[in-house]
Design a protein around this ligand. Sequence first.
Ligand SMILES: Cc1ncc(COP(=O)(O)O)c(C=O)c1O
Length: 430
Amino acid sequence: MDQYAHNRERLLTSSRPLPDFEVVGTKGPWLHLASGSRIFDGSSGLLCTNVGQSSPKVHGRIERQFFRYSFGGAAVVQPHIQMELMERLCRAVGRPDDYVALTTCGTLGVEVAIGLARSITRMRDGKRRGDILTSTLSYHGMSALTLALAGNQARKPRPEDALGIGPGFPAPYPPTHPHDERGCNASCADEIANEIDRRGPENVAAVLIEPVNGTTGGAFVPPDGYLQRVSEICQERDVLVLHDEVLTGMWRTGTPLASQHWEACEPDIVILSKGLGAGYTSVGAVLVSPEAGQWLRNEGADPLPAMGTMAAHPLMAAACLGVLDELEAIDLPALPERGQRLGQSLKTLSGTGPVRDVRGLGFLYGVEVTPGTLWPLMRAAEERGVFFYPFTGAGDPRSEGLVVAPPLISTDGDLGFLTAALTDAVEAVG
Ligand SMILES: Cc1ncc(COP(=O)(O)O)c(C=O)c1O
């Protein structure tokens, strides 16, 4: 019996009906319920609990820092633990010399990245350079600015509240680009060149893009060569490339960064969040390449945009170091192959029952279903011991489906359980 059932409406955090299961304990990727049963976390919570829950390593790090000092903003005490995190994170994701801004969540990471990009291009070029281009199928956060900028169909603000801005180019995905992943020569990236040229490159600071689509379209993967072409187009025009890896970063797609699946598309700025705090802490990190970052310390540069009270909290840094400890204990080089195996078994569902398509990479898949069947399928999966995250994309009617994104610490047995339960649920929904 839920003692709060009568006033659920007052908690304004989710538009979807609140789940009915009460969790009384966790172990890795499993949640133990008040009913005595357990349920598998098939979506890593909100795509974040990458190393599972109840980690003694994370707990130990937070506890040690708590008793050393629990608050110490970088402006009042030496930010040792934040520096330790910066060094370790940059090495872990293969960008050892980057400048780093720490923020309190993914949304603020994106906002800070936008501020830094504008600052960098204006210092460098002395020009207007303010525009930020995003794609028509994208999500970059929940603030007024990021909602207005992005092409999220479900959470779009009313036109009168959209600050006069909006997405700048069509996403290389259905329904705008109904080609399959391999059949395209990536010429759709030229739409970005056209838009920059239409606005005048001197007015554009950056292109902001999710290297692999997250929850808006359901894990669409760009055509080979697309991200490289985007980088070339931007370089030719002195426009910065910002990769929003809030969801896809930290090995979610099998590699430290999703962009590392392709050659020659390293961004100037990358934003990390979900898998970095891994659900233990709210956090965002903005990594800026040395070439771009050097402009931020020039005399006359704008004030840094990441100076919030909680921006670089020591307990947050401690938790992230614990997450990195956990990640180090995983066989990371084996992740791409394990992810591929997961993808292969999920892809056998494509075309069966309500399943229209399965796409994705590593430990991130979108299972698109016939409109109207999403919620029955979610329920059927939960009854079989696994939950997922829903997505709604673009089109009319809007595409919909499940995001399948188990924690990276899942065993082969766990992944087998997940696919068997989903297969059974798909059959039941028919
Ligand atoms: C790609 C992407 N960018 C930004 C965000 C915003 O992050 P947060 O919810 O931590 O503010 C999200 C969250 O889902 C996301 O998926």
